[in-house]
Write a protein that binds this ligand. Structure first.
Ligand code: ATP
Ligand code: MG
Length: 389
């Protein structure tokens, strides 16, 4: 194991945020501390990057597994720190590269008061007789050399960050989470654009406890690698018995309206700004424009559908890469209405509203909310599993 001094974290789009930049960076620091819980890094803000210092090399290398899930990071990696002096920079490079390893050099100098520019650093490396490694402009392996005010940072092990914006920097959303493939992927994309997720799962069990010890628990554990995963569990049985008499083909859209109303109430309680779903256009009967329009009528928070333009195959690929696919395809006790054979593809809002009133769903909503239970995701967050992805 090479001896590194710190881990460098470069920001993604935070750079674009002008006057709010400071707040974004503070949010990112907070999220990194939360994600690296137990590894206790000391974090130094060096203008356009962060440096994370750890007590030991084990903590440092463990942090690399976890940083890949923090949104707002363009790239990160373990670094060696050298004085702003050519000899020291070369010595540091020799210490993090193996003998005869080949690298492409990438140098930048944000501090202009040193007597050498980035081109000269590269030339120095190329000409030096004390160099143990090889330099080749075509190598796929890059060593980054950044000269900043206090010192020079060398990184020969660049990891891609998750991109996006720090979660929480865009607000909070109620994420409608089913046991299926799509909604966990939608959740990750929502978090990627800076939303904190509060999940809502409506289940077909007789108790919330059964739902929370089902595969949903495992699913949330995966999602909690990206951010905290508090979840509301609410039963569907009151809805099911209230709608038992209506034509089966209408039940699907009615259930969606019911889901949105539940989410709207929870959004108010949670001070959330948006609702997120895993809908994609035309994928299933409930996801036609008329049905989506009818189901969302009168719902105040913005409804965000991150997967709207995705093909199922693309969603599946993403689900595999975030590690949720295998969990999603496991058998699950779904809410019955979803299994209807020939659902209406073109319901209008007035029919939905009439059925909603006929079935007294506002009362059902109140009673269902009274049965809903919040489970905090913090606990699973501490058991971050290293597997997956
Ligand atoms: P998914 O794979 O996410 O289940 P789907 O293709 O099966 O999606 P639908 O069943 O029409 O499509 O559900 C569309 C969206 O509605 C889901 O992505 C999810 O956001 C939300 N949703 C569906 N069922 C539930 C549920 N029982 N609890 C909470 N949200 C749900
Ligand atoms: Mg589904």
């Amino acid at each position: 194991m090479k001896k590194y001094d710190a881990v460098v974290v470069h920001f993604g789009e935070i750079w674009l945020k002008g006057r709010n930049r400071g707040a974004f960076i503070q949010r990112l620091i907070h999220n990194i501390e939360r994600n690296l819980h137990g590894l206790s890094p000391k974090i130094a803000n060096k203008r356009d990057r962060l440096l994370l210092y750890f007590e030991g090399s084990k903590e440092l290398s463990n942090s690399l597994d976890r940083l890949q899930y923090v949104f707002g990071i363009s790239w990160f990696g373990p670094v060696k720190i050298a004085k702003n002096a050519p000899d020291d920079i070369l010595k540091a490079a020799n210490s993090i590269l193996s003998k005869n390893e080949t690298v492409r050099l990438e140098a930048n100098r944000s501090y202009k008061e040193v007597p050498f520019n980035s081109r000269e650093i590269i030339n120095l490396f190329i000409r030096s007789k004390n160099r143990k490694f090889n330099v080749d402009i075509n190598s796929a392996h890059t060593m980054n050399i950044s000269v900043i005010k206090d010192f020079t940072i060398l990184c020969a092990d660049k990891h891609n960050g998750a991109g996006g914006l720090p979660t929480g920097s865009s607000g909070k959303a109620i994420v409608l989470l089913s046991g299926g493939i799509d909604s966990p992927v939608a959740a990750v994309y929502a978090m990627k654009r800076g939303l904190d997720a509060v999940y809502l799962h409506v289940h077909a069990f007789d108790t919330n406890k059964k739902a929370s010890s089902s595969k949903m628990r495992v699913l949330l554990e995966k999602l909690s690698r990206y951010g905290p995963a508090p979840i509301y569990y609410a039963p569907s049985y009151l809805f099911q018995s209230a709608t038992i008499k209506i034509p089966a083909k209408y039940e699907l859209v009615l259930f969606r309206k019911f889901l949105f109303r539940l989410a709207e109430e929870i959004a108010e309680k949670e001070n959330a700004d948006a609702i997120v779903t895993g809908e994609s256009l035309g994928q299933v009967a409930s996801q036609t424009i008329p049905n989506m329009t009818a189901a969302q009528q009168g719902i105040k928070p913005i409804i965000i559908r991150p997967l709207i333009g995705f093909d199922k195959a693309e969603i599946i690929d993403k689900a595999k890469s975030i590690g949720t696919y295998e969990i999603s395809i496991k058998e699950y006790k779904d809410v019955c209405s979803i299994g209807v054979k020939n659902p209406s593809t073109a319901m209008d809002a007035s029919t939905v509203n009439r059925l909603y009133a006929d079935c007294k769903l506002d009362q059902v909503l109140k009673r269902t909310l009274a049965l809903a239970e919040l489970q905090n995701g913090d606990q699973s967050f501490r058991n971050l599993s290293k597997s997956g992805v």
